[in-house]
Ligand binder design. Structure first.
Ligand code: 5RP
Length: 229
């Protein structure tokens, strides 16, 4: 017996909705019967998934989705898109949004705290489409966003100290709507938002080397990434 679906709509205003809708059409046109597709998180991915669902219905396609967050898993359930995990399937390709990208396609992601699973999809895919509206390009990565760093809770103070050694000039534990105290990620961890004035090509690896860091939202040198504008 199936549960009734939850009607979880996007819960805040979507910036640049018309542009995101155009990007959704572009990515939906890439969906083929039989594809296993990594589904990113965020409002752009949310709009794209609704567009993909329309195509699946119209053309009677069979695809499998690997969602990167509970909200995207629930959306897939509601739209009757079957989901699997990365434990069982390798994505043929993936799509996702971004918070910032620069002219080398380096990115900051993770405003939605989903960067751990997003990175797993991205590194597992031969091809990744990043859906980026015109607000996402920056001439200097880190201009508008801190780097989100997911950490094992007991390591939070150590990780903060190490991020400051790497050059973070502000490093705040993420708190947010709907919960008192720190945000707990889907992997039961905490997030430090670390502001860097300079991001060099070693920084993603340097952050990852800190004991207690699960993953960061910094993406440097992923050659499988194509920015869809
Ligand atoms: C979530 C993400 C999102 O892809 C990123 O924040 C972009 O979001 P939006 O499409 O709402 O602008 O990394 O963890």
């Amino acid at each position: 017996m199936k549960w009734n679906n939850l009607n979880l709509e996007w819960n805040s205003h979507i910036e640049n909705e018309a542009e995101k809708q155009e990007l959704a059409k572009k990515v939906a046109s890439k969906v083929n019967d039989g594809d296993v597709i990594g589904f990113g998180s965020g409002s752009t991915s949310y709009i794209a998934i609704k567009e993909i669902a329309k195509k699946i219905n119209n053309e009677k396609l069979n695809i499998l989705a690997i969602p990167t967050s509970y909200e995207i898993k629930l959306l897939c359930d509601r739209l009757n898109i079957p989901t699997v995990t990365i434990m069982e399937y390798k994505p043929d390709w993936s799509f996702d949004g971004a918070d910032e990208y620069n002219d080398k396609n380096w990115m900051i992601k993770g405003r939605g705290a989903a960067m751990f699973k997003e990175k797993l999809n991205i590194v597992s895919s031969n091809k990744v489409y990043i859906l980026a509206d015109n607000t996402k390009y920056v001439d200097r990565l880190g201009k508008n966003h801190s780097i989100p760093v997911e950490c094992f809770p007991e390591a939070i103070k150590f990780v903060k100290k190490e991020l400051e050694k790497l050059g973070a000039n502000e490093c705040n534990i993420r708190t947010g709507r709907g919960k008192d105290g720190p945000i707990i990620t889907e992997n039961n961890n905490l997030i430090l938002d670390a502001k860097f004035n300079e991001i060099n090509e070693k920084l993603e690896k340097d952050i990852k080397l800190i004991p207690g860091v699960i993953e960061s939202g910094l993406f440097i040198g992923y050659n499988n990434v194509e920015i869809l504008k």
